[in-house]
Design a protein around this ligand. Structure first.
Ligand code: GDP
Ligand code: MG
Length: 223
């Protein structure tokens, strides 16, 4: 009779490639951040502004994940950062296999930091580790302050929460209780770093960029 070793963890295909990516990034001493949010919360806008804000200080490359089109890659290309577009053709998340391929194509040796913009979705991407150094979740104030409570997994797993579009709070355009969102996120993840930002006006972006600079300087040890 065949014996099954229950103590041996059988890695799924995704976990195997995620582990390979972890090893590759550790050997290369590169930080890699997996950015996750609902569609339209501002990921690409944040990335473009971050790249411009850190120009001359950190060399950033981007892996863009979308179901279709290279619209976001074009927006990143305008900043002159190296970028690679992945189209998932319907899949609601990126896979570690796709990231492994993308890392071979990006000029990783010339970069300090690699951002992955995952497919817009608060659920599926949280279940698929890509071998990233850390996850960054973006929540825009237009989506409602109840989202940490309603989609706990991604807030529990992320190192950073960017609360974007805070420019909309001033005019009373949206009802969003920043303190409630922060408290709910911290209940799920007491170590989560929270940066309220506006990628449109630039408010709060310097604190986020300082955190990135510090993380790159300290290396992956901080993760
Ligand atoms: N008011 C406001 N709009 C923003 C901000 N950040 C992004 N947007 C807008 O939100 C929309 C979606 O942004 P995008 O970066 O494409 O989001 P993504 O789908 O998460 O990549 C665009 O029309 C942006 O101009 C912000 O901080 N404030
Ligand atoms: Mg985008």
């Amino acid at each position: 009779m065949d014996k099954v070793d229950v103590g041996k963890k059988i890695l799924s295909e995704n976990e195997k490639y995620a582990f390979e990516n972890i090893i590759f990034l550790a050997e290369q001493k590169k930080l890699c951040l997996n950015m996750i949010s609902s569609p339209g919360s501002g990921k690409t806008t944040i990335l473009a502004r971050t790249i411009n804000g850190l120009r001359g200080k950190i060399r950033i490359g981007v892996i863009e994940g979308d179901i279709q089109t290279d619209i976001d890659a074009e927006r990143i290309r305008a900043t002159e950062a190296p970028v690679l577009q992945i189209n998932t053709e319907g899949a609601c998340h990126l896979s570690a296999t796709q990231i492994s391929e993308a890392l071979k194509k990006l000029p990783v040796a010339d970069l300090d930091l690699i951002f992955i913009e995952n497919v817009g979705n608060l659920v599926c991407p949280s279940a698929f580790d890509l071998g990233e150094s850390a996850k960054v979740v973006v929540l825009s104030v237009a989506e409602g302050d109840d989202k940490p409570a309603k989609y706990p997994a991604i807030f529990a797993k992320s190192k950073v929460l960017l609360v974007n579009k805070i420019d909309l709070l001033a005019g009373g355009h949206v009802d969003f209780d920043l303190e409630r969102a922060k408290a709910d996120a911290r209940r799920l993840n007491k170590a989560i770093e929270i940066f309220p930002i506006s990628a449109k006006t630039g408010e709060g972006m310097d604190l986020w960029c300082d955190w990135l600079l510090g993380s790159v300087q300290k290396g992956i040890a901080q993760q």
